[in-house]
Design a protein around this ligand. Structure first.
Ligand SMILES: Cc1ncc(COP(=O)(O)O)c(C=O)c1O
Length: 460
């Protein structure tokens, strides 16, 4: 007997939990013409047909007319070290985010290290951060000899819980370093109020938030400085690269000098009567001209790609929100734009008959939908202890301050611990797909939801 074929749209309409509210979801078999209904309802791990067999949009994206032309031009010029192309990229990046100035540096990690360094944040200073972030947020504090102070995460928004910051401010607090986690803005309005009240520096870790906005103002421009990453997995990929932005000319002159061995720059001048040589402590963080050329090419597609990801994110959120046990991220009311780098949600295994997150992800992968577990906790990791055991830290801090057991007690983040156990991410390249690609994700999750009990038993 011939199998009935359904178009994707028909199928979703008639079978989806999020469509007409039918209780029974039947999965689908991916084919160019339609759906094989016979094996479709079974999860792929239980012998059914996967929702999807085709791949996802690749990353990074480039083309011959923009990227290759610009890079070849630099290559053929023979001028590869920092020059006009880097300066042009900096100008465009400053314009893009609405900052007075931008400085391109080798990566986001070093943008953060340099920024704290040039605000003279170091020994004895405390810097407040959220723990749901990449290790660079903490490394930049430790590399400067300062002390990280963790404030728990708001599990709804996945961001630092701004309402818990003030309780962690002490006489030693010098700065707040909010990370705009995964491309969603932290609540900068609240954070800036606290910073102003306590006279604190704010360095925004906008490494994942290239065009995100709060009340139409780009993140990275709220604090004293903002730092960005252009590493390959990021929404504006250069291979490796980063930037510091700020409206503070003196700070930016110092950052420039610091990124160029400490050579004079702008207001950073040699003492009277001295000719040649460096002025201040510095290092080398310059990017090459061909890196900037790739950056200029990538910038041309950033707006459109951001819109595509954001539209897909909104759609996916509206659909996944309806599946019990799937809790997508929320945004604070003042957010006017995000720059989705991941689509994060909390996976509540209680609603999936106790199916573990690892098994949920395994089942998803079998349906052709790759997901990841995202961040691990940062506030309890051995690298912190190993910094505290260095000669520098032992000279800078008392034994009591460096007592790791006490540090762990002071920096507990229970909401974040749970979030790290529950989170699931879909990556930015998937969000560049079509509406139908998003439907595939929804269908796969629904299919697993309906058969969670069987999947759990099968795993035993
Ligand atoms: C939140 C966050 N901060 C900082 C960085 C560091 O950026 P880079 O890899 O350019 O050093 C990353 C990189 O993934 C990040 O996710």
């Amino acid at each position: 007997m011939a199998e009935k074929k359904y178009s994707r749209r028909e199928f979703i309409k008639t079978n989806s939990l999020t469509g007409l509210g039918a209780v029974v979801t039947i999965g689908m078999k991916q084919s160019s013409t339609g759906v094989n209904i016979r094996t479709a309802h079974l999860p792929a791990l239980l012998g059914g047909s996967p929702v999807r067999t085709k791949g996802w949009p690749g990353w990074p994206v480039w083309d011959s007319s923009t990227d290759e032309d610009l890079v070849l031009k630099v290559l053929r010029s023979g001028s590869w070290t920092r020059g006009n192309v880097v300066a042009e990229f900096e100008k465009k990046w400053a314009e893009t985010v609405g900052a007075k100035r931008a400085l391109a540096v080798v990566n986001g990690t070093n943008a953060l290290i340099a920024s704290l360094n040039q605000f003279d944040i170091g020994a004895g200073d405390e810097v407040i951060i959220g723990p749901y972030t990449f290790i660079s947020t903490i490394i930049c504090i430790l590399q400067n000899g300062a002390m990280p102070v963790f404030v728990d995460t708001d599990p709804d928004t996945f961001q630092i819980d701004a309402d818990k910051i003030e309780a962690r401010v002490t006489a030693r607090t010098r700065a707040i370093l909010p990370a705009h986690t995964l491309g969603m803005p932290a609540d900068m309005e609240k954070i800036m109020q606290i910073a102003t009240k306590h006279n604190l520096i704010v360095v925004e870790n906008a490494c994942l938030s290239w065009l995100a906005e709060i009340n139409h103002k780009k993140v990275g421009t709220f604090g004293n400085a903002g730092c960005f990453s252009f590493q390959t997995s990021k929404n504006i990929p250069i291979g490796e690269g980063g930037a510091i932005v700020s409206d503070d000319d003196k700070f930016m002159d110092r950052c420039y000098s610091y990124h160029n061995y400490g050579n004079p720059y702008g207001s950073v001048v040699l003492p009277a009567g001295v000719t040649g040589g460096t002025v201040m402590t510095g290092t080398k963080l310059r990017i090459a001209e061909y890196q900037a050329a790739i950056g200029l090419a990538q910038l041309k597609r950033l707006e459109k790609q951001t819109d595509t990801r954001n539209e897909n994110t909104q759609y996916l959120k509206s659909k996944l929100d309806k599946i019990p046990g799937i809790v997508p991220f929320k945004l604070s009311n003042n957010v006017t734009r995000i720059s989705a780098w991941q689509f994060p949600f909390r996976y509540k295994k209680e609603s999936f008959q106790g199916l573990s997150r690892a098994d949920f992800l395994k089942a998803l992968r079998a349906e052709g939908i790759p997901g990841s577990t995202g961040y691990v906790t940062q506030n309890d990791k051995p690298y912190l202890k190993s910094y505290f055991e260095t000669k520098n830290y032992r000279k800078m801090y008392s034994r009591k301050t460096l007592d790791f057991t006490k540090f762990l007690e002071r920096n507990q983040c229970p909401e974040n611990n749970l979030l790290c156990e529950e989170a699931v991410w879909f990556s930015q390249n998937m969000l560049l797909g079509t509406r139908e690609d998003m439907d595939d994700i929804v269908m796969a999750v629904e299919k697993i939801y309906k058969s969670a009990g069987e999947l759990k038993s099968a795993d035993k």
